[in-house]
Design a protein around this ligand. Structure first.
Ligand SMILES: [Zn+2]
Length: 289
């Protein structure tokens, strides 16, 4: 059975393990804090690769940032990784094929192959974490766009410059649907810079009316975004993943979305491929031929 050495390179952590062609994690999970310099990131990759490359058929990297259509390099700048990250010659690190994909795209592929969107033709995945990632699969293909950057969730929610997004632009879906967004919602509602997402979640659970309203406002923005995505892509399902997905009322969102769209009803689902879905998706893509 074919195997890949997989990495997940994010702004705070780098994970690495071995995954087989059916998506099973068969190695130990190695975990590193993401270094602040390019050289140290390369050093981690090189060390892992030299340890394992003789045992695998490919190197599969799920990474923050947009990845080109040849799956060989990072094209988009990623604010949370060191400057020059996109200049790394990933193929130069191994004698085996090195395959890259955007982390959210890779995770969406894992859901499609072994998780919540298995068996569908059209699916959209939203990763709700500190930021928002996205992956769109249409008829067995990842939607990559002309350059590779399709599926980024930076479409506009409001026209009047209310909130600056992490990408530098204004009022993107990401800055209304992320964990960061929930904190901003709370800061605005309570005029308190120190309020945390935990305060909102915990307060809402205990029935605090203000916190319930803040959580609802956040969820309503997610509903608005999902309605747009549903009308654009007419998906079989929308999969929600990431650390914030558990705070979304899935059934309520599904009802609201389906009551106000021009397509036939869609299904909203929680992700099931697990914490290593980025590495699994990248490995499945790298090993598929
Ligand atoms: Zn943005």
């Amino acid at each position: 059975m074919k195997k890949a050495l997989a990495f997940d390179i994010g702004g705070t952590k780098i994970y690495s393990t071995i995954i087989d062609e059916t998506g099973n994690v068969i190695g130990e999970i190695d975990k590193f804090s993401t270094p602040k310099t390019l050289d140290k990131i390369k050093q981690i990759l090189k060390e892992q690769i030299s340890k394992y490359e003789n045992k695998v058929d490919a190197i599969a990297i799920a990474t923050a940032g947009a990845v080109n259509n040849d799956n060989t390099s990072v094209i988009g700048s990623t604010g949370n990784l060191p400057k020059g990250y996109s200049s790394i010659d990933f193929q130069g690190l191994s004698t085996k094929r090195v395959f890259l994909e955007n982390d959210a795209n890779a995770a969406a592929w894992a859901e499609y192959k072994i998780g919540a969107s298995r068996g569908t033709n059209v699916s959209v995945m939203l990763t709700l974490g500190t930021g928002v990632g996205g992956g769109i699969i249409i008829n067995d293909r990842m939607l990559k766009g002309k350059s590779g950057a399709a599926g980024e969730m930076h479409f506009k929610m409001y026209p009047d410059k209310r909130r600056k997004c992490t990408c530098g632009s204004w009022d993107c879906f990401e800055i209304y649907a992320s964990g960061t967004a929930l904190k901003l919602d709370a800061e605005e509602a309570l005029h308190d810079k120190n309020v945390t997402t935990y305060d909102v979640i915990d307060g809402a659970k205990k029935g605090n009316k203000k916190m319930v309203d803040i959580l609802e406002r956040w969820q309503n923005d997610i509903i608005v975004g999902i309605k747009g995505l549903t009308n654009l892509f007419d998906p079989d399902c929308i999969v929600l993943s990431g650390s914030m997905a558990q705070f979304v009322d899935i059934k309520h969102v599904e009802q609201e979305v389906n009551s106000d769209i021009v397509t036939t009803p869609t299904s909203i689902r929680l992700a099931t491929a697990g914490n290593y879905s980025g590495m699994i998706g990248a490995a499945l893509m790298a090993l598929k031929g």
